[in-house]
Design a protein around this ligand. Structure first.
Ligand code: NAG
Ligand code: NAG
Ligand code: NAG
Ligand code: NAG
Ligand code: NAG
Length: 648
């Protein structure tokens, strides 16, 4: 047996508790000194209540133990704590009583059909013959609220109903009911409600157990219940808009796991104040813990990925209702085997920007030319049989805000799981992150990996949830001049291009130019297509269309300040990596038939260069103006000469 604390601050209590348990003579037998100790819970002031050999012991926060005089129950006593300093004792035949720490009886024998201790251990609710009585302590005195509640009899489902459980919530009472037809219903009423007639909503596939909690955030009170279904799943129910007038409410429910994780019958649900639920369950004969942070995470958002496996409880030989949660959310567990101490606090799933609680971290900043991306998970993972899960990386254009695919790759081929099973590395081509000071997004399809020890496949990361930024970089490109390269169409592309009219051919090459610029990415003005002509491919024995591409150096207005050589390499890599990975080029009519094996080849053609130089020369307005001025001057000289000649 050992004790688990969730936080450093409680390690003092931990040490104290261990020392006390060790030093307590009644529980120190030779072979297993802790065999009969059972934790019941902790009061708001940190005092812990333990049951040792049918008697009760308090351990104050300063470590002092205190025994509560023994209470005699005919068979077995069950203890529940009630703040600030009471114990509720229940025994056979649904009889209960309440004592204080001195052992004095505060509430004598009371009978009940159902009993529920409030979620904050500050009140309790009993039900007997449809009469509900809530007890709470105010200034050291017991205050009692009693209401006779009844169901709407016109609802024929409720003719033969049975109340299965009651919940003492923050400001309300929750009730689960089963009908003759094996259907289950939920009902809720505020303690100060005007109407005593309960309204019901069906709980789909309800099997139990169940627990309910109040979430009061920004004065918006909502209730959540968690239950196990007949099909061994967990369902989360959200209850809101509870009316004070007629007890009506809105109820919605969602499955907490997409896939069937097949809980076996033994399932315990615990309330974690200000978090949600801690579930102890066995699946495939393995005890497990799951924490659902309903205060932080919207489990109803279909774009949210959730359903986390917490601890593989291998070291606990059986699962039992042996956890209690301190008011400050530290979980304590008494175990048979004292060797393992797990800190659960790091396991509470937080709402992260990736909206995927299975993931612990992903990089949000990478260097230009990065070739790997590493995802770290909360739990051990393994590969799935799903072969089609893709990872897509997008680039966001700063000016147009357009989001453009850079690469899409199959995880099956490009992902490697680490030796410790806790992380996944994605291999990406160098060309993917090629722009400085730029935003990229990574999107991952569902089921890209699964849990190693559970039947849970991990949902992916939806679009625009994983943001990656690249650092700034200053390129210096003095004396840069234009560069020429050839790319060509494959045989299908050539055949289609052939069919086009001359005007359409020009349109095609201009569209191709725009698409290439967008996908490199580089300013449109820096890419030109100077020429297109057939080239005979010796190996294929066919004529293919070849385009002469001219890449110009950047000017002061260019977004992409890379040199002509770097842009050339980027375009070549983009085309060549498209052999094995999907890029945006594959989705565009004007670029999809570019010959990927050919890539972009340097054009050393002097004639072409001369032509390009000339084109450039003409394209430059300053030169053009000089030429025009010269031509005008020559013409003027000529006419002046003629005029002079005539005169003579
Ligand atoms: C229920 O509550 C939501 C907010 O929680 C509100 O937007 C909605 O209008 C309410 N519906 C009704 C019927 O009152
Ligand atoms: C992943 O990408 C490949 C290639 O584009 C495609 O065939 C496959 O259907 C994609 N998978 C999913 C789940 O979309
Ligand atoms: C980086 O980009 C942001 C906006 O996208 C811009 O405001 C900032 O000036 C850029 N940094 C440099 C050094 O260009
Ligand atoms: C594409 O895949 C083939 C076969 O796996 C490999 O030989 C080739 O080098 C790859 N190309 C690139 C650009 O990675
Ligand atoms: C691409 O071509 C197909 C058929 O040739 C046509 O249906 C589609 O609209 C085209 N797409 C674009 C973006 O032009």
């Amino acid at each position: 047996m050992s004790v688990i604390f969730r936080n450093n601050t409680s390690s003092i209590i931990f040490i104290v508790l261990v020392i006390i348990l060790i030093s307590c003579p009644p529980i120190q037998t030779k072979d297993d000194p802790f065999r009969n100790a059972k934790a019941i819970g902790a009061y708001d002031d940190g005092t812990i209540l333990v049951e040792v050999k049918d008697s009760l012991r308090l351990i104050y926060p300063n470590g002092t133990p205190h025994s509560i005089p023994k209470i005699h129950c005919k068979k077995k006593c069950h203890y529940h704590l009630l703040n600030p300093n009471y114990v509720i004792i229940t025994y056979d035949n649904n009889v209960g009583m309440m004592i204080d720490w001195k052992g004095s009886k505060i509430l004598k024998r009371f009978k009940y059909d159902k009993l529920s201790i409030g979620e904050k251990n500050d009140k309790f609710l009993i039900m007997r013959h449809n009469e509900f009585t809530e007890y709470h302590i105010e200034h050291g005195k017991i205050v009692k609220i009693t209401n006779s509640l009844h169901f709407d009899k016109s609802h024929k489902e409720h003719k033969e109903h049975k109340i299965t459980e009651i919940f003492s919530l923050d400001d309300a009472w929750g009730i689960t009911i089963s009908s003759e037809k094996k259907k289950s219903f939920f009902s809720i009423i505020k303690t100060e409600s005007k109407s005593k007639t309960l309204t019901t909503e069906e709980l789909e596939d309800f099997a139990g157990p169940s627990k309910c909690i109040t979430k009061n955030k920004n004065n918006d009170i909502q209730y959540y219940c968690l239950y196990r279904t007949h099909t061994h799943r967990l369902k989360l129910v959200n209850i809101k808009n509870l009316s004070l007038n007629d007890n009506t409410f809105d109820l919605t429910s969602t499955d907490l796991f997409q896939s069937d994780i097949s809980f076996e019958t033994k399932t315990f649900i615990h309330i974690m104040p200000n978090v949600g639920f801690l579930v102890e369950a066995t699946a495939k004969l393995n005890p497990k813990y799951y924490i659902f942070n309903i205060f932080e995470i919207d489990y109803f958002d279909p774009n949210n990925a959730f359903g986390e496996w917490i601890i593989n409880n291998n070291d606990n030989d059986f699962i039992d209702d042996n956890i209690f949660i301190l008011p400050n959310n530290k979980a304590i567990q008494i175990r048979k085997n004292g060797k393992y101490v797990n800190d659960l606090s790091s396991k509470i799933p937080e709402n992260n920007q990736y909206k995927n609680t299975h993931i612990k971290s992903v990089p949000n900043n990478v260097d230009i030319g990065t070739t790997t991306l590493k995802i770290t998970f909360l739990n051990a993972i393994t590969s799935t049989t799903t072969t089609a899960a893709n990872i897509s990386i997008y680039y966001k254009n700063k000016n147009s805000n357009e989001i453009i695919l850079r690469q899409k790759l199959l995880c099956k081929k490009h992902c490697t799981i680490s030796d410790d099973d806790y992380s996944l590395t994605i291999d990406i081509p160098k060309i993917t992150f090629n722009m400085p000071n730029t935003t990229y997004y990574v999107e991952i399809d569902d089921d890209f990996v699964k849990y190693k020890y559970d039947l849970i496949t991990i949902p992916g990361i939806k679009k625009e949830n994983w943001i990656i930024n690249t650092p700034d970089y200053k390129y210096s490109n003095e004396d840069d001049k234009f560069k020429l390269g050839n790319l060509r169409l494959n045989s299908i592309g050539t055949e289609e291009f052939d069919k086009l009219s001359d005007a359409d051919k020009d349109y095609f090459s201009d569209q191709m130019r725009i698409e290439l610029s967008k996908n490199i990415p580089v300013d449109y003005s820096r890419i030109k297509i100077n020429d297109k002509k057939y080239e005979f491919d010796m190996t294929l024995g066919v004529n293919l269309y070849k385009f002469l591409i001219q890449i110009d150096p950047p000017n002061e207005y260019s977004d992409n300040k890379k040199s002509t050589k770097q842009v050339f390499e980027d375009l070549n890599s983009l085309i060549i990596t498209s052999q094995n990975l999907t890029t945006n080029l594959d989705y565009n009519n004007y670029t999809k038939n570019i010959d990927k094996d050919y890539g972009l080849k340097e054009a050393s053609d002097t004639l072409a260069e001369l032509k390009a130089s000339l084109n450039n020369f003409i394209a430059d307005r300053r030169y053009l103006i000089i030429i025009i001025v010269c031509l005008i001057l020559i013409a003027m000289l000529y006419f002046y000469g003629r005029y002079k000649n005539k005169k003579v």
